[in-house]
Design a protein around this ligand. Structure first.
Ligand code: ADP
Ligand code: MG
Length: 238
């Protein structure tokens, strides 16, 4: 369970319209990538889906139920940020547990879920450390673990690899792909890296200036870009 439907999502900051009527349906279990130039509205759209930002217009449905007015914690969504957003004073274990504690989950359930996520992400050696004692790649694995323990229907990733060096980027990308296979959860993932888009996506959504230029599988976009803009991002050399 974790389908998503966006209908005519629009967002203005003051007089500036940055999201201009986005319609999108994501199937349960799909891996969808948003690509597009800096400032085209990728993060804003993710934040609207997460409920961290209100849309100016339009509706959001998850599993067919309207969530446009549902608070973030009740949407069944977990978001992973480029900057990890871990609590510096908490251990890895406590960073991963916090959301479940706040949701008043039973301690045994919290311990079990943290244990599963810890194994899944190979975080056993780091559980009692604080974020400052971890590398960037380890921190991002903790941030992903914190999302996993919540068992969300929908994972949102906002450029999760862009602060990592090249080798770690490959590793973490493969780990996210494995997580997608193992969990079968729906994932929406923002990147401006063509390799990430081509290797992870079931479908790619190309955004430009708050609009969708094209949606398709990596091969569809690569072989049949709708225009030069898409070709510049994904397509075969012209
Ligand atoms: P992307 O993630 O694709 O780089 P963003 O979604 O961060 O783009 O931003 C889209 C546009 O909205 C940009 O022009 C940005 O300056 C503007 N914007 C984003 N957040 C705010 C905000 N809180 N207030 C005003 N403008 C914003
Ligand atoms: Mg962004």
């Amino acid at each position: 369970m974790g389908s998503l439907a966006l209908k005519n999502i629009t967002k203005s900051f003051g007089k500036v319209e940055v999201i201009k009527g986005i319609d999108l349906e994501v199937e349960d279990g799909e891996f969808v990538i948003f690509v597009g130039p800096s400032g085209c509205g990728k993060s804003t759209l993710l934040r609207i889906i997460a409920g961290l930002e209100d849309a100016s217009d339009g509706t959001i449905e998850i599993d067919g139920a309207g969530v446009t007015a549902t608070p973030p914690s009740k949407r069944g969504i977990a978001m992973v940020f480029q900057t990890y957003a871990l609590y510096p004073h908490l251990t890895v274990r406590d960073n991963m547990s916090l959301g479940l504690k706040q949701a008043k989950r039973p301690p045994a359930q919290i311990a079990e879920r943290v244990d599963v996520a810890t194994k899944m992400l190979s975080l056993e050696p780091y559980l009692e450390r604080r974020p400052a004692e971890l590398s960037g790649g380890q921190r991002q694995r903790v941030a992903i673990g914190r999302a996993v323990v919540r068992k969300p229907k929908l994972f949102l990733f906002d450029e999760p690899l862009s602060n990592l060096d090249a080798a770690l980027r490959v590793n973490t990308r493969l780990e996210i792909a494995r997580l997608h296979r193992e969990l079968g959860a729906t994932m929406i993932y923002v990147t401006h890296d063509q390799t990430e888009a081509m290797t992870l996506a079931d479908r790619i959504v190309v955004l430009n200036g708050g609009r969708i230029e094209q949606i398709g599988t990596p091969m569809e976009l690569y072989n049949n870009p709708a225009n030069l803009f898409v070709a510049g991002f994904i397509g075969s050399p012209q």
